[in-house]
Design a protein around this ligand. Structure first.
Ligand code: GLN
Length: 492
């Protein structure tokens, strides 16, 4: 078969179970595509071909022996922030260019236990700080819809790999939009789960009170399959919740769109910098949902202006603390010939971290320092609570909240926006992390340059099934999610 990369996860699952093709054939097929196309897309930092083929053979044996799960033999790409035993885990940083983890992240271990085949590790902004994937030590990844544009970030490698059909689905992480924004820029479906739903064990920390892993795929159905593997309590992560997980696949039709109350925040659609095409496509998608029986309700989210300043204090503060572990002594990059210990610390960190990471460490250290702590960090925590309350109040009258995933479509590679311009692009995604809520991106059309536009739906706590279900039904009634990126189309 030549079109294995066109099959959905359900089709792959059924095809493998029915012996229409083997996991080895499927894995070889993807490895061939990666070899042929990833020189242009540059989504993979590490391709683990040999290990993937061994895992594929084991999967084929399990399928024959009748011990397979729904996903046994299906390939996946992992964001290079998830620790993989024996395979380099870089977090996109020179600091970790030589880091080989002695253990698997829980998400990776669960994937292996479910029989997933790891194709490799994919690119990202350094330590997940960024919105373009250009902040990677390994260079920029290209957007498969237009190779001159970025795939978004920080999970840009995950998005580009799936969108170019170089992996059927991928893991991502979202601290302030890093699943939803690249999904939006690459025409994919991506789910950021409620804080605590997916284990953070072995996921390299950026801002621990905001970080959350989730699936990135071509459809809500594909995401549901991966959520079934990723979600659940983990004793190794004290912030993961002891709460039963749903069967996300079985629940795909579990929420009625008819009668669903969708909140439309007034403030969101008046943001300066909201692109006219993005606004139009999002409004058209909401109209479609209305035709399907949903009710659109105008709501107020009065804290909108506080989102960017609040996030850009709390996230760097936590990052400055988390990244203090990279000292050139324990593991990671070490400067050569230090004259003394202070010189070793200073040069290891100056040489090992890129510019954006250093900027955030400086901002965070400043905000946490004696004398400024109350004025910045404590204040930001108080505002964070008000942002959360704003959402909870809205959920008293609506079921989900609609927003663009980003104010624009994918930027050009090298656009070189100022840090503040870049940060303002996160306006629609970061409040969700500050509040710990789940949210999903779904592709809803294109701008005048044929770059994808995404609709974001934000749900109340633990409503992952509801979000997947609403998007699944939207995808049954529309075909935006079936459109293929240019490079995938040319190499069908
Ligand atoms: N773009 C945001 C930032 O740079 C979000 C990143 C993320 O979610 N990891 O912090």
């Amino acid at each position: 078969m030549t079109d294995l990369h066109r099959l959905s996860i359900r089709e792959l699952s059924e095809g493998l179970a029915g012996a229409k093709f083997s996991s080895r054939e499927l894995t070889e097929h993807y490895l061939k595509r990666i070899a042929k196309l990833d020189t242009q897309v540059k989504s993979y930092v590490t391709v683990t071909a040999e290990q993937a083929l061994a895992q594929a053979d084991a999967a084929d044996a399990a399928i024959k022996a009748g011990t397979a799960t729904a996903l046994t033999g299906v390939p996946i790409a992992h964001k290079d922030i998830f620790c993989t035993q024996g395979i380099k885990t870089t977090a996109g940083s020179k600091m970790l260019d030589n880091f080989i983890s002695p253990y698997d992240a829980t998400v990776v271990a669960k994937g292996r236990a479910a029989g997933l085949v790891t194709l490799g590790k994919v690119n990202m902004d350094e330590f997940a700080m960024g919105s373009t994937s250009e902040n990677s030590f390994y260079g920029a990844t290209a957007n498969p819809w237009n190779l001159g544009h970025v795939p978004g970030g920080s999970s840009g490698g995950s998005a580009a790999a799936v969108s170019a059909d170089l992996a059927p689905f991928a893991t991502g992480t979202d601290t302030g939009g890093s699943i939803r924004q690249p999904a939006s820029f690459c025409g994919l479906t991506g789910l950021k789960p409620s804080y605590g739903r997916v284990s953070r064990f072995g996921m390299i920390a950026y801002a621990s009170s905001l970080d959350q892993g989730g699936p990135m795929a071509r459809s809500a159905e594909d995401c549901a399959y991966l959520m079934n593997v990723m979600a659940g309590h983990d004793a190794k992560d004290s912030t993961s919740v002891e709460k039963d997980v749903d069967d996300y696949v079985a629940n795909l039709n579990g929420t009625a769109v008819k009668g669903l109350r969708i909140g439309i925040p007034k403030q969101y659609f008046n943001v300066a910098g909201l692109d006219a095409d993005v606004k139009a496509r999002v409004e058209e998608s909401l109209k479609k949902l209305e035709e399907m029986g949903a009710t659109l309700v105008e709501i107020d989210l009065n804290m909108t202006e506080a989102y960017v300043p609040t996030y850009y204090l709390i996230a760097p503060a936590e990052a400055s603390s988390n990244l203090s572990r990279y000292d050139g002594v324990r593991y990671g990059y070490r400067a050569e010939n230090p004259v003394d210990l202070m010189d070793l610390y200073k040069r290891s960190r100056s040489e090992g971290f890129g510019a954006e990471v250093q900027r955030r460490i400086l901002i965070g250290t400043y905000a946490l320092s004696a004398g400024y702590y109350d004025a910045y960090y404590v204040k930001a925590q108080k505002v964070r609570r008000l942002i959360q309350q704003d959402f909870l109040k809205a959920f008293e009258s609506v079921d989900v909240i609609a927003a663009p995933a980003a104010p624009t479509t994918a930027y050009k590679i090298g656009a070189n926006l100022s840090p503040v311009e870049m940060y303002l692009g996160d306006i629609y995604t970061i409040a969700v992390n500050l509040a710990g809520l789940p949210a999903i991106n779904a592709p809803v059309g294109f701008d005048k340059d044929n770059l994808p536009v995404g609709l974001q739906l934000i749900g109340n706590y633990w409503s992952e099934s509801q979000l997947l279900s609403v998007v699944h039904q939207y995808q049954q009634a529309t075909d935006w999610h079936t459109k293929r990126a240019a490079i995938a189309e040319e190499n069908a």
